[in-house]
Every structure is written in structure tokens, then in C-alpha cells.
Design a protein around this ligand. Structure first.
Ligand code: FES
Length: 328
């Protein structure tokens, strides 16, 4: 994680640009022209939109402290945030922002393969630019419904070079992206970065698993995996059980019911934890763990972070042991 600023602050909408069918980019600046908190490729910010808090990847230039840029798809499945941006937000408006945070850092590698679906292009665009600046070769595969719906295709094309290739793959022209073709040619020293709709990220995950590439895959999720009673660890959770949470610094112990989130149980006894998406995708509610057998259900922590077991995202994750001890 990097550059996290926990306190919300207000920015001005400076410009909105129609980037592609149903995709608006939003440039945000400080009302007094002050520099904004630094960020790294893969980072996102929270936007407070009409009573909702939504996460958007930063897709501008990390070297430009004067502005943040996000891109927002007017998604019919939206729970309200993107519809508000498209219908009501306009230049000159004030927006409350929190962050930036980065759970999708570009790790060091000899080469990269980027696989984007639709608006999932946004974090990968900045990562591809960064990878190029690091002098690393990469391939960028960008799938979308149609050419008109694919934002930043031109910007991506400008990053292409002899050892950096960009392939735009509109479905209405070429059908579905052939992931076997993409993944079987991943260089031995490459990491695979993927962001897009659940169908794409799941297919890339399955393809990487079949080819023994899972440890080289990094995925950014838009939304939580379907609630099917299974943890993100892939283990069937069966019936939920209650457990106790002890907050050592607050001196409070609370029982978390079978249908209750840890964050809610803590709130009920006055232990407040920052939470944003409450869906296990943004990382805001990560807290330090001192003891307990964790059942991670978020889409944020890496396998290594899960194995270390020293933090938990309390909006979705649970505890398999009777007692979870938090450094809160
Ligand atoms: Fe977003 Fe918990 S609030 S991961």
C-alpha cells in the first residue's frame, strides 16, 4: 500500500471529458491550487457521490501533483455512483475524496502482460506507462464491446514501441479475446496484471491456474465476488458461526453474530473503523490482527498477505477460531 491519506478532503471538478461511449473522465483539482497527495500506478481514490462512496482507479499522470483523473463508466448495473457522475456531476462542483490508496502496485518484473476488459483499462494504463519508464517490455491486451466503447485506446497506442505492443480487441469485430493465446506466450520473467469485469478476471485466473502461472497473476477487482457462502480463499464456509472479537487497545470485547459484519459489531460498541465499499474491494477497513484464525473474504489482500495473517478486512472477512484479537 502507498500514499494513503485517511482524512477526506474536498476537490473541485475541473473538467469532464467524453472518452468513449458511456465513459466520462473527471479531472479533479484542489480548490486553492495546492498539490494533491502523491500516488503510484494502480492506486484508487474514494469519491463521495450523493451519499455513496465509490472507488475509482487514478488514470492520469502520477508525476502531475495538480490533478487527479478518474474515468467513470455509466454502468446500468451501477448501484448509483456512476449514474450520479454521468447525470448530475458537472465541472465546478465540489467532491469529497479520500485516498489515494494502492492495493494494486506494479511489482518489479522483467516484463509484463496486461489484460484489460472495458473500464478496467484505467489502472493498467498507468501501470503500462510506468513499466515503459522502467525500461521493461510489455504486451497490452485490451478487450471491449466495440471500438467506440473503449476509452484511452489512442493514449495506449502512443505508449507502444518495438518491445511494447498494444492489441485492441473489440468483441463486435473479433469475438472474444482468446486468453489461451495470450497466456501461453507469457514470458518466463513476466507478471500478468488483469483488471476488468468478473467474467474476464475469473477466466484469466482459471487460465493462469491451468498453466501454472497463478503466482505471477495480479488482479484488480471492480466488485466483490458473488456472495455464495464461500470465502475468497475458495473454501466453503458452510453455516456461519458467531465469534468474539477483542480490541486490546480499546479494552472492548464484542460477539460478532453469524449474519453480522465485524465492522458493524465494532461500531455497535463504539469502536469505529473507517469503511468505504463494505464489499471487500477497497481496502479501507484493513486492521492489524494479533491473534485468531482468519477467514479472508476480501478481494484485496495478496496470497502472501493472507498467509502472513497480520491484517484483516473487517467489512467482509470472518474468523474460524472462537476469538479474534485486534490491535484496535
Ligand atoms: Fe472496502 Fe472493507 S470497506 S474493503
Amino acid at each position: 500500500m502507498s500514499g494513503a491519506s485517511q482524512e477526506p478532503f474536498d476537490l473541485l471538478v475541473h473538467r469532464m471529458t467524453w472518452e468513449a461511449t458511456d465513459v466520462l473522465s473527471v479531472d479533479l483539482v484542489h480548490p486553492q491550487g495546492k498539490p494533491l497527495p502523491a500516488w503510484t500506478p494502480g492506486a484508487h481514490i474514494d469519491l463521495h457521490l450523493d451519499g455513496l462512496v465509490r472507488q475509482y482507479s487514478l488514470c492520469g499522470d502520477p508525476a502531475d501533483p495538480a490533478r487527479y483523473r478518474v474515468a467513470v463508466l455509466n454502468d446500468p448495473a451501477s448501484r448509483g455512483g456512476s449514474a450520479y457522475v454521468h447525470r448530475a456531476l458537472r465541472p465546478g462542483a465540489s467532491v469529497t475524496v479520500r485516498g489515494p490508496r494502492n492495493h494494486f502496485e506494479l511489482a518489479d518484473a522483467g516484463a509484463y502482460v496486461f489484460v484489460a476488459g472495458g473500464i478496467g483499462v484505467t489502472p493498467l494504463l498507468t501501470q503500462a506507462r510506468e513499466a515503459g519508464e522502467r525500461g521493461r517490455p510489455w504486451e497490452f491486451w485490451y478487450a471491449g464491446r466495440s471500438r467506440a466503447s473503449m476509452a484511452f485506446g489512442e493514449e495506449l497506442g502512443q505508449l507502444a514501441a518495438a518491445d511494447r505492443t498494444v492489441t485492441l480487441h473489440p468483441k463486435d469485430e473479433h469475438g472474444r479475446l482468446d486468453l489461451d493465446r495470450v497466456l501461453t506466450r507469457v514470458p518466463a520473467d513476466a507478471l500478468v496484471y488483469c483488471c476488468g469485469p468478473e467474467r474476464l478476471t475469473s477466466a484469466v485466473r482459471a487460465g493462469c491456474a491451468a498453466l501454472g502461472l497463478l503466482d505471477r497473476l495480479r488482479v484488480e477487482h471492480f466488485a466483490a465476488a458473488p456472495a455464495d457462502g464461500n470465502g475468497a480463499d475458495g473454501e466453503g464456509a458452510g453455516e456461519e458461526r458467531a465469534f468474539e472479537v477483542e480490541c486490546v487497545r480499546s479494552g472492548v470485547t464484542v460477539t460478532v453474530g453469524p449474519d453480522e459484519a465485524i465492522v458493524d459489531a465494532l461500531e455497535n460498541v463504539g469502536v469505529l473503523v473507517d469503511a468505504s465499499c463494505r464489499d471487500g474491494v477497497c481496502g479501507t477497513c484493513e486492521v492489524p490482527v494479533l491473534e485468531g484464525e482468519l477467514d479472508h473474504r476480501d478481494m484485496v489482500l495478496s496470497d502472501a498477505e493472507r498467509a502472513a495473517g497480520d491484517t484483516v478486512l473487517v467489512c467482509v472477512s470472518r474468523c474460524r477460531s472462537q476469538r479474534l484479537v485486534l490491535d484496535l
